[in-house]
Design a protein around this ligand. Structure first.
Ligand code: NAD
Length: 451
């Protein structure tokens, strides 16, 4: 009978806890942030994820999801502990281990008092060798126990996508088990075999392979995005080309595959920080990182793309009123961490522009985090568009896709649309409004002024 504790109830931990409880497993969830526990006790979720709130409340009322106020309670009730705490990147791009070391030590103290074997499963993203050199020693030191003999250890990276967390947990592409020893590997293998059908591939490997694989996976995704954005720049300067046409056809080659949407670049909690940490890791072990650094620089420049367009049109942005549609780093989440919108907004404010903002889910988080920025928050798209000199589409939310050229023309002072996510049909927009899209060769601005 599996009983699990989950340490860290953020995007990964809360989604994982809810999913496991929906499978009939007893889950004790603990987070050091008391406000998160208080919020969960009221049935109110602080993250926005498809189906999550309903599934969470069902799991609580079925008596399967226990919200723990004490770490000790969660560990002692369980036989497997999943660690899902944050592993950010420091200013110098090195991995910041403070949360995970603190969690490992606290867990170690409790394990030392338990008189039975316990399995630790780390889901947080960790650079190669971190488990063996940092996390396992921290647990051993605090507990006085020996890994392999008294407790087991697994590095089990998470590949879920925010916005689709429950879907991805229900149908993962793969499960990766980085095992300290056979015993730990056998336990977690059996655990996942009970949850998933035989079609789900399960890869068993060394801890270091699993740690490296997680980074390689995220870095490769960021490489694809920066690559297509580089080609988008080529399209912008080459008549009769369009990145959307190119990428649609490109994706059909199975050797290349999907995830080739041009835009203003990637953000979020994972790709930017993992890319930076991996660059610092690669350089530390003496490998040239020019290719990886270029992924980062292209992405930084993509955030400036809308500003460059605005300057082409207006030269001086002082007192220009700019509407930003989208604050989250992607649609269907309220996560604004490292979103490209934030870079755009800061830059516009530096240039003296007046910035109006709207997002269907991310406004509250934005205003809490960036309360000091003098922006004008709006509670509808229409309010945000009113009397503006330009609009920047920064996130591809479905509700933005429904907007027609006539709405922009009616509400805006000048219907200048900067489509940072390529959500509009160029043919429908190009004659009625002033339209610029990433990777689309727009007509010279002189002609556009005639609209
Ligand atoms: P998050 O910041 O949303 O959540 C982390 C949680 O851990 C927070 O609620 C924090 O209060 C809690 N925490 C920190 N230290 C703690 C401690 N000592 N004891 C108890 N709780 C503690 O982070 P996240 O987005 O859920 O990511 C967690 C990990 O999973 C990271 O390593 C991340 O890189 C990785 N990951 C994230 C995603 C994603 O889409 N967000 C996907 C795959 C992997």
């Amino acid at each position: 009978m599996y009983k699990v504790s989950i340490i860290g109830l953020g995007y990964v931990g809360l989604s994982l806890s809810t999913f496991l409880a929906s499978k009939g497993i007893h889950v004790w969830g603990y987070d050091k942030a008391r406000w998160k526990l208080e919020s969960l006790k009221k049935g109110k979720l602080y993250i926005s994820e498809e189906d999550l709130e309903t599934e969470f409340n069902r799991a609580v009322s079925n008596g399967l999801f226990h919200i723990s106020e004490k770490l000790e309670e969660s560990i002692t009730h369980s036989n497997i502990t999943f660690i899902c705490v944050d592993t950010p990147t420091k200013e110098d791009w090195r991995q910041d281990y403070s949360s995970i070391i603190s969690a490992a030590k606290s867990i170690g103290k409790i394990l030392g008092k338990l008189d039975r074997y316990h399995l630790i499963v780390v889901k947080s993203t960790l650079l190669p060798e971190s488990s063996r050199k940092i996390i396992i020693p921290a647990i051993e030191q605090e507990s006085g126990l020996l890994v392999g003999r008294d407790f087991g250890y697994i590095y089990n990276p998470e590949f879920l996508r925010e916005g689709k967390a429950l879907y991805d947990l229900r149908s993962p592409n793969r499960i990766v088990i980085g095992e300290y020893d056979n015993k730990s590997g056998d336990i977690i293998y059996a655990f996942y075999k009970e949850i998933y059908d035989e079609k789900t591939p399960i890869f068993r490997m060394t801890i270091e392979n699993a740690e490296l694989l997680k980074y390689v996976s995220n870095v490769f995704l960021s490489l694809k995005i920066s690559f297509i954005n580089l080609i988008a720049r080529v399209c912008e300067k080459t008549p009769n080309t369009d990145i959307n046409i190119i990428s649609e056809a490109l994706k059909t080659d199975p050797r290349i595959g999907p995830y080739l949407q041009a835009g203003i670049g990637f953000g979020g909690q994972c790709l930017p920080k993992d890319l930076k940490a991996f660059i610092s890791f690669v350089e530390e072990i003496g490998i040239k990182s020019a290719l990886l650094r270029e992924i980062y620089f292209i992405n930084e420049e993509q955030a400036i793309w809308p500003i460059n367009i605005l300057k082409q049109v207006y030269h001086d942005l002082k007192d220009k009123v700019i509407c930003i549609l989208g604050l989250t780093f992607k649609p269907n989440t309220n996560d604004i961490r490292n979103s490209q919108s934030i870079k755009i907004i800061s830059r516009l404010l530096d240039e003296g522009a007046v910035v109006k903002i709207y997002d269907p889910e991310g406004l509250e988080n934005f205003l809490r985090e960036y309360y000091y920025l003098p922006v004008i928050p709006c509670n509808s798209i229409e309010k945000c568009l009113e009397d503006t000199d330009a609009v920047i589409i920064a996130t591809d939310w479905d509700e933005f896709k429904l907007l027609e050229p006539k709405t922009f023309k009616k509400l805006m002072k000048t219907p200048l649309i900067i489509d940072g996510r390529r959500i509009y049909d160029v043919n429908k927009f190009k004659d009625d409004v002033i339209y610029f899209g990433v990777g689309y060769h727009s007509r010279p601005f002189k002609t556009l002024l005639e609209i």
